[in-house]
Write a protein that binds this ligand. Structure first.
Ligand code: ADP
Length: 214
């Protein structure tokens, strides 16, 4: 006899910037899913005083930590942008710790017995392709893509982040194209319409994934 709690499917949730991925993650949560947010883990592990900051400062310079002990993300981004060696070094510091924390939270959620575990990973398909990060080693029962037209993404990023149109476009075009992602996803949630239309798709996807579980 097996007395372990039911595992629940592991879902990889992804979507380009401004597509509405965080909004969809909250809708999954409202249906009873447990959501683990990759960006939130990175931010926690890089909070002022966190050991990872010392490693980053040792590798790339103490000037990356400001007077309040916070990481200067823009300066770090400028160092690794277009420098493969530097990016690899940074990934070597960040990815193992993020991966370990991810694994710890997945285990905790499974032990608590969750119906559906949603891993919110912005660069899921990019990471898989590059063979780096959590998405490269994690096995998902299903992947869900949140899709929105580029004009929708631009408008949302401008409204949410106060970005210019050019900045929004740069950030969108630095990611894999939507068409490529569509070809890789098991489920696609179209998020150009109203929040109600999106919620209905999230409910249908939640049910389809749950029904597909053995
Ligand atoms: P992402 O996590 O993909 O970057 P968010 O979920 O933060 O995107 O959504 C970006 C912005 O667009 C947010 O301000 C959010 O409230 C808004 N938004 C998302 N989906 C919709 C929708 N269907 N209708 C209206 N606004 C939306």
């Amino acid at each position: 006899m097996c007395d372990r709690p039911s595992m629940g499917a592991i879902v990889g949730l992804t979507g380009g910037i401004g597509s509405g991925k965080s909004t969809v993650a909250r809708m999954f949560e409202a249906l009873g899913a447990t959501v683990i947010d990759a960006d939130a883990i990175v931010h926690e592990l890089q909070a002022p005083g966190a050991p990872m900051l010392e490693e980053i400062a040792e590798a790339f310079g103490a000037h990356l930590i400001d007077a309040n002990g916070a990481l200067d993300r823009a300066a770090l981004g400028a160092i690794v942008f277009g420098d493969d060696e530097a990016r690899k070094r940074l990934n070597g510091i960040v990815h193992p710790q993020v991966g370990a924390e991810f694994a710890r939270r997945v285990r905790a959620a499974q032990e608590a017995g969750t119906a559906l575990l949603v891993l919110d990973i912005p660069l899921l398909f990019e990471g898989r392709r590059a063979g780096t990060g959590t998405s490269a080693v994690m096995r998902f029962d299903a992947t869900v893509l949140v899709a929105a037209r580029e004009e929708t993404q631009i408008a949302r990023v401008i409204a949410r982040d106060g970005a210019t149109r050019e900045e929004a476009l740069d950030r969108i075009r630095a990611q894999m194209t939507l068409d490529e992602k569509r070809g890789l996803a098991d489920y696609v949630i179209e998020n150009d319409g109203s929040l109600d239309e999106t919620r209905r798709q999230v409910e249908a996807t939640f049910e389809a994934i749950s029904a597909a579980q053995p």
